[in-house]
Every structure is written in C-alpha cells, then in structure tokens.
Design a protein around this ligand. Structure first.
Ligand SMILES: Cc1cc2nc3c(=O)[nH]c(=O)nc-3n(C[C@H](O)[C@H](O)[C@H](O)COP(=O)(O)OP(=O)(O)OC[C@H]3O[C@@H](n4cnc5c(N)ncnc54)[C@H](O)[C@@H]3O)c2cc1C
Length: 377
C-alpha cells in the first residue's frame, strides 16, 4: 500500500515492530501534551533503547526499523516522536563517545525508558551557523567550568542527560567539545517552556550554565572533537525527521481520503470530482517519493556510507512534501479542515516544525549543493 513506510518485502521483525508501534500509538498517544508515562511505556515496548547496544539493554536496531517506528508514532502524534528521536540520538552519542564507565547505568536507564536525553547545540547567536556557538568550557585543575546559554532545547528541564556543545578554544571548527551533564548539576537551570505553533507534547526551553563545574570524565570524545559528534548525531536525526514527516503526511492523506468518500456536494460524493482526485493522487505520489528517499537514507546510515547528502535530501524533501500535503489536506476538508476539532489543521502546524529543526531546509539544500560541487571539483 502506497501510504505505508514498511513494505511487504521487509523483514518479519520490521513488520512486527511497525504493527506493535501502531497499536501502541493508536491506543495511547491520542492526547496532546507531554506525559512522562508515555516515555516509560515506550521503554516497555523497547522503543527507548532502539539505538543502543544489547549490553546496555538496547536492541541495536537497524536504522530502517527505527525510522519505521518513528513513522508509526508520528502518524498519531508528533510530540512524542520528536522527543524520542532526540533521546535516541543522545543515547547513541553517549554510547559511542563516553569515556566514563559509570555511564553504563545511565545508558541502561535510557534504554529502559527511565532516563530521557536532550541535545544542547543551538544558541541565540548560533542557529544555522552552529560553529558560532559561544558557550564556553574552561579547563580547571581537574575538569571544566561551563558558562553560557542554549535555546530551543527539546525536553529541557524534563530530561535527565544533556549532551552539551561548548567552545574550548577559539578555533572555529576544531574548538568545540561535547560534554555530558546530568539533571541536578549545580549551575544548570532551565527557562519556562516556550509557547509554540505545534508539536505539543515536545516542550522546548532555554538551558543556562552558570559556572557549572564538571570533571574531565564528563567530556565526550576528544577535546575539539565536538562538532564532528554533533554532525554525526544530526545526520541520523535528519533521517528520523524524514520518517516523522512521512508519518504525519500519511495521516493527512488518510483523513482527506475518508472525507472525500463520505461527504457529498452537488448531489455526489466529493471523491467523484476529478480535480480533488488529482490532488489526492499528487499527495500520495509526494508521500511515496518521500518514503523511498527516507528508506534509502536510513539504509545508507547502516551501510557505512559517510556522506551526509542522502539524509539531507530525505529531510528536506520529506518535510517540504509534508508541508504541502498537510496544507492540501486541510483544503480538501473545506471548513472542517480549519477547525481545531479535526486533526487536519494540527498536522499542518506540526509539519512546519519539521522544515526548521535539525538544520533548516535551506541548510539541507546547502549540504546537497556542496556535495554536488565537491564531486565536480
Ligand atoms: C521546536 C524546536 C525544537 C528544537 N529542538 C532543538 C534541540 O533539541 N536542540 C538544539 O540544539 N536545537 C533545537 N532547535 C533549534 C533548531 O535546530 C534551530 O532553530 C534551527 O537550526 C535554525 O536556527 P535559527 O532558529 O537560529 O534560525 P537562523 O539560523 O537564524 O535562520 C533564519 C532563516 O535564515 C535561513 N538561513 C540561515 N543561514 C542561511 C544560509 N547560509 N543560507 C540560506 N539560508 C540561511 C534559515 O534557513 C532560516 O530560514 C529546535 C527548534 C525548534 C523550533
């Protein structure tokens, strides 16, 4: 079926996972708003440990399976899809770059859904231009003192583990280092949750670091290696955003298709009008192309390819398509599409977020363009 992320030809495990996530999401995620119990429930289903190795209680799933699970969640609610996707990215970063054995317990808690992760990169003066970040980590006798402020941080104040990118030297590219800070860290505080257009249930807030003293074990990876860590996380995160975009776009098409089949005007079903049928056909085709790109990008993550353009293409194409599909989805419902009681308008508001986060779609196009010119050079 062209609206499905998981194909008949996929492995049995992949199809089983997608249908159990679908059942869970339809039964539990219908309300908007953050609910910590949902995160724990996702832990029981094995979703919070999908990106972690088995020794930490995870399932080390292939990226295609992770993408299909996120697709199923996003069909019902974007908020939990987003905070889960950030959590999975953070858990994988800690697993790969932690230099402290005591983080094993944290990783087990993250896998079982009792500890949530947050990713702290963006600052007021450093959004698309993340290299411009100014949060500073200064070396003390035995560790580091961190000062600065991050904005728009998903799960800020709710999360237990914060991967924080800070400047450790003035070298723009190689002067950024990653650190792991825990909830309760002295000097770390959070602003109120921002009011935003959509993705309810995935709160964002400011995180402030005021003379946060951490020992050297809190450092992730090499001094100056932080930006590479951020990019490797974002490369995966962009595939997750592609999958989330496909999920909410598919829901929009389902809603529009039912509406056209049920409502009559001018003495006949709306589904008889060719203009509307063509709109739906275009929406389904955009979705199918988005699914194919996102699946391909997910498979490339696991096949050792180091390029980032496939994830960028999937992210911008799927989220731009989701914006178009959900806008047309509202149009096909007429007045009902504009009412808050119907899901169509929420999907349209949610889609907008996906064009902005994890690098805006302009930045994704810059990455693809750079790959094209590098190949020529
Ligand atoms: C709901 C939400 C959740 C988020 N969660 C997190 C999180 O968990 N962690 C985190 O670190 N950040 C998070 N962010 C931040 C997000 O990643 C940034 O908002 C995003 O990268 C854009 O940065 P900016 O807002 O500073 O926009 P700007 O960089 O100021 O961009 C403004 C406009 O200019 C365009 N632009 C900028 N530079 C160029 C260029 N070179 N060429 C062409 N166009 C350009 C952009 O595409 C955009 O249209 C979140 C944001 C939102 C809205």
């Amino acid at each position: 079926m062209i609206l499905d992320f998981v194909f008949e030809s996929d492995s049995f495990e992949n199809r089983e996972l997608a249908s159990s996530v679908r059942r869970f999401a339809e039964a539990n995620l219908t309300e908007v708003g953050f609910n910590r119990a949902h995160f724990s429930e996702m832990g029981k289903l094995g979703l919070t440990g999908m990106s972690l190795e088995e020794r930490f209680g995870g399932s080390a799933m292939e990226s295609l399976s992770i993408a299909s699970a996120l697709y199923e969640l996003s069909r019902i609610q974007l908020g939990p899809t987003i905070y889960l996707s950030v959590h999975l990215m953070v858990a994988k970063i800690i697993q790969e770059y932690s230099r402290d054995e005591s983080n094993e317990e944290l990783l087990k808690d993250m896998a079982e859904g009792s500890a949530l992760g947050a990713f702290c990169l963006t600052e007021a003066g450093a959004g698309s231009d993340a290299y411009a970040l100014r949060t500073r980590a200064e070396q003390t006798g035995s560790g580091w003192k961190i000062n600065g402020e991050k904005i728009y941080i998903t799960s800020a104040g709710l999360a237990d583990a914060y991967v924080v990118f800070a400047r450790t030297s003035d070298d723009k590219k190689n002067g950024i280092t990653a650190f792991l800070l825990r909830k309760g860290q002295a000097g770390m505080s959070f602003g109120p949750h921002e009011k935003k257009m959509g993705a309810e249930g995935s709160p964002i807030a400011t995180v402030t670091f005021d003379n946060c003293e951490v020992d050297d074990n809190a450092r992730l990876g090499e001094i100056g290696g932080g930006y590479k860590i951020a990019l490797s996380g974002l490369n995966r995160g962009r595939v997750s955003i592609g999958a989330a975009a496909c999920g909410l776009a598919s829901r929009s098409i389902e809603i529009a298709r039912s509406h056209l089949s049920e409502r009559s005007q001018f003495g006949q079903q709306l589904s008889n009008f060719q203009g509307l049928r063509f709109m739906l056909a275009d929406m389904a085709t955009q979705l199918y192309a988005s699914i194919l790109l996102t699946r391909d990008a997910a498979q490339r993550l696991d096949s050792g390819g180091r390029q980032n353009w496939p994830s960028s293409m999937a992210k911008f194409f799927a989220s731009d398509s989701a914006m178009k599909i959900t806008t047309d989805g509202v149009q096909l419902l007429g007045g009902a599409g504009y009412l808050a009681d119907y899901t169509a308008e929420r999907l349209m508001r949610d889609a907008k977020m996906l064009q902005i986060v994890e690098g805006t779609n302009q930045i994704q196009r810059s990455i693809v363009a750079r790959a094209l010119f590098d190949e020529i050079a």
